[in-house]
Ligand binder design. Structure first.
Ligand SMILES: NC(=O)C1=CN([C@@H]2O[C@H](COP(=O)(O)OP(=O)(O)OC[C@H]3O[C@@H](n4cnc5c(N)ncnc54)[C@H](O)[C@@H]3O)[C@@H](O)[C@H]2O)C=CC1
Ligand SMILES: O=C(O)C1=N[C@H](C(=O)O)C[C@H](O)C1
Length: 285
């Protein structure tokens, strides 16, 4: 039998952590052949501490309790937690030389810098969306922007995102990443302004801004619409999750890539993203 990847899940009792545990451990899922969940880590005060992580995730027992302690050994760690929980996770991974997938959004600038520092010693995949469809849409958004940025009459770009009412950060990390990539593709002499919502006497829209609008409704697992508005017509690029498994499957693909790379060799230390994992790093922009 081939050796499975020993996976530690950080934030294991959360909405996303549960789906990662389920896809990695549920025998009916194809990814379960690749992984063995060795640790399901969550906050010491979480009410599910001590319960079997499989049961918490809605699958059969896996013999691993949700715990606040880190394991003695792991091949890779997947983090879906909170910004305030991430620093300790990164420290553990650096101390133990564990590759790390960071999916948590809403990080401070200091945390982004410490991720870059940590990536000098361990390989890290960090992306605000692990979804294949979202990452592909980011490339499409860059291409549309490049094609239309000099259109007669001008191009207005606004980013609408919809998420469940429980989401803690706004706008979504994905919306901000769309904006960053689109801003690069706008390549104007003027610096791009990132405008978050509008209210009051705002005056006319300027050419060099990207607008962001964060909608929080019900149980929406994540939807992004990029509006490319011109005089006389518009394009709307919409990418929507039906459930959270697109993110969980993407995180598992990233974990597998860190451990086995493209050629079976572990990835060296460095800061990677989902474009690297999906082989889209050099896609035409
Ligand atoms: N990159 C991506 O594809 C995606 C990223 N996310 C992001 O992942 C994060 C988690 O999202 P959800 O699962 O919906 O949130 P959630 O609130 O359901 O789960 C977070 C979990 O982290 C745990 N946690 C809090 N403090 C901790 C600590 N000190 N140590 C260990 N665990 C701790 C919580 O108890 C909770 O179980 C958010 O930042 C969200 O934006 C969510 C979906 C996709
Ligand atoms: O909190 C969520 O749910 C999600 N967060 C990520 C983000 O902030 O971009 C990714 C996804 O949209 C779901």
């Amino acid at each position: 039998m081939s050796k499975t990847i020993k996976l530690a899940v950080h934030g294991a009792a959360g909405r996303m952590g549960q789906r990662v545990v389920a896809l990695a451990a549920d025998a009916s899922e194809s990814s379960a052949a690749d992984f063995t969940v060795v640790a399901a880590i969550d906050h010491a005060g979480h009410p599910k501490i001590g319960q079997d992580a499989g049961t918490v995730a809605g699958i059969s027992q896996i013999g691993v309790p949700v715990a606040a302690d880190w394991p003695g050994a792991a091949d890779v760690v997947i983090d879906f937690s909170l910004p305030e929980a991430l620093d300790a996770c990164v420290e553990q991974c650096v101390a133990n030389a564990w590759p790390l997938v960071v999916a948590t959004t809403g990080l401070s600038e200091a945390q982004k810098n410490s991720l870059a520092n940590a990536a000098h010693s361990i390989p890290i995949v960090w992306a605000p969306s692990m979804s294949l469809a979202v990452n592909l849409s980011m490339r499409v958004a860059q291409q549309i922007t490049t094609a239309l940025r000099d259109v007669a009459g001008g191009l207005d770009i606004e980013i609408l995102e919809r998420h469940h009412r429980f989401k803690a950060d706004a706008p979504s990390g994905t919306a901000l990443k769309f904006g960053e990539l689109i801003g690069e593709a706008m390549a104007d002499e003027e610096p791009v302004m990132h405008v978050h919502g509008r209210e009051g006497h705002t005056g006319q829209r300027t050419r060099n801004e990207i607008g962001y609008h964060a909608i929080r409704v019900g149980d929406n697992p994540g939807e992004h619409t990029i509006v490319f508005g011109m005089l006389g017509e518009r394009i709307e690029l919409n990418v929507a999750a039906s459930n959270r498994d697109c993110y969980a499957a993407g995180a598992l693909a990233a974990a597998k890539w860190l451990v086995g790379g493209n050629d079976g060799q572990p990835m060296p230390a460095g800061l990677y993203n989902m474009f690297d994992v999906l082989g889209m790093a050099d896609a035409a922009k």
